[in-house]
Ligand binder design. Structure first.
Ligand SMILES: [Zn+2]
Length: 395
């Protein structure tokens, strides 16, 4: 090998290395530069928080935000940027009702709801649960303690949350603006649980046809534990709901059973189909482990389109009923579960869902459910009314 060719090769290798270095370093360089520019323009644009037991510094602090055109001060808990995403205090942005949203946070998770969309986020997790389905966020939700004010807050990726809830998000001249979507329907009241919604005086011309199904019955007890029996609890919820439906002329409700009998699963479907029900709701209690907990609603994702009826589909029905049931129980919200093989969700020809209020296998949930079956029946009725109001079918 001649000296010249060796030198040529060495230069070639060096150049390739330099190129590689540039490719890798450039994005970092660009980011560092824009950070520095922000820091220089505003010396206070740094935010320090404790997150997962470590003090961390973030940049691009914003100390105000516009919610529905109203200016809000965030000096105690500024917005900051993480992974290129603006993160803001969930309770301040979404908890004050200006946007029609509701906020709920505890040490494990943060929940934000608008109408029938419920987002549940966990600390440090980039995946959120939206009505029980996993969705990716721009950055993970974080439970942080702001160093300067000592405030502990859930901060969430603002744009992702707005997108999921259908809120308008704009970043204009360094200001974040969050507004209700312009074409949003006036939201119906979905918070009352103590009192039944008063039926309107005018009798509607076309009744809403509902089929309510108390799960199990007769020789099939369903799950049982600690002296509680699922079939009886299901029936108690349905009978409680019946007391409210009976007084409301908007509805014609059909019940698969009102006593301790066992219609077959296919007979329940055939009954709902024959009555031409607008939707079908089955009432159950879950069972698994002693430590299992929470409320969930099952639906059939493969039949959402096929069974849609009068402007309602089973996904909407399930989401709506889940929100009301979970609010009534106060247990964890497990969201929606796709169960395409369940007979009552497969052979019914209308939107259908199956509510699992809580776990009978969990002693504290079993006890609490048993004391509140009447409330769950009322919440079921109120949920259906709210849904029909939202659909313009209940006036
Ligand atoms: Zn059951």
């Amino acid at each position: 090998m001649s000296t010249i060719s060796f030198t040529k090769r060495a230069i070639g290798i060096l150049m390739a290395l330099a190129l590689l270095l540039m490719v890798f370093v450039e994005p970092l360089g660009v980011r560092a530069e824009s950070d520095r520019a922000e820091v220089m323009s505003k010396s206070t644009s740094k935010v320090q928080v404790t997150y997962k037991n470590r003090i961390r510094t973030y940049y691009h602090a914003l100390k105000k935000v516009y919610v529905n055109r109203k200016k809000k001060s965030l000096s105690k808990y500024p917005i900051f940027k993480k992974s290129g995403t603006y993160m803001g205090p969930a309770e301040i942005l979404f908890g004050n009702g200006e946007l029609g949203t509701a906020y709920d946070g505890n040490s494990k998770r943060v929940a934000i709801r608008l109408n029938n969309t419920l987002i549940i986020m966990h600390n440090g997790k980039k995946k959120a649960y939206v009505n029980g389905k996993k969705r990716s966020l721009g950055a993970p939700a974080m439970l942080v303690n702001y160093k300067k004010s000592g405030k502990t807050m859930w901060v969430v990726p603002i744009k992702s949350v707005c997108n999921i809830l259908g809120l308008d998000y704009h970043l204009i001249k360094g200001n974040i603006l969050i507004t209700k979507a312009t074409d949003q329907e006036s939201s119906s009241d979905t918070t009352e649980t103590e009192t039944a919604t008063a039926p309107a005086n005018n009798v509607p011309s076309q009744k809403i046809i509902v089929c309510l199904d108390a799960g199990h019955g007769g020789s099939d007890s369903g799950a049982s534990a600690y002296g509680f029996i699922e079939k009886n609890m299901n029936l108690a919820i349905v009978l409680a709901a019946k007391r409210y439906f009976d007084q409301d002329p908007h509805f014609q409700v059909y019940y698969t059973r009102l006593t301790d009998v066992l219609p077959s699963l296919n007979a329940r479907c055939a009954f709902a189909n024959q009555k031409n029900a607008d939707f079908f709701i089955s009432v159950h209690i879950n069972s698994y482990k002693k430590t299992s907990s929470g409320t969930e609603t099952l639906y059939n994702a493969s039949r959402v389109q096929k069974t849609a009826k009068n402007g309602l589909n089973s996904y909407e029905l399930a989401s709506w009923m889940q929100t009301w049931a979970a609010t009534a129980t106060g247990f964890g919200n497990r969201g929606l579960v796709n169960r395409p093989k369940l007979i009552v969700l497969k052979n019914t020809k209308m939107p259908a869902c199956l509510i699992e209020y809580g776990f009978i296998s969990n002693p504290s949930e079993a006890k609490r459910m048993n004391m509140n079956l009447g409330n769950y029946g009322l919440a079921l009725y109120n949920g259906v009314v709210a849904l029909m109001k939202n659909k313009g079918r209940y006036r």
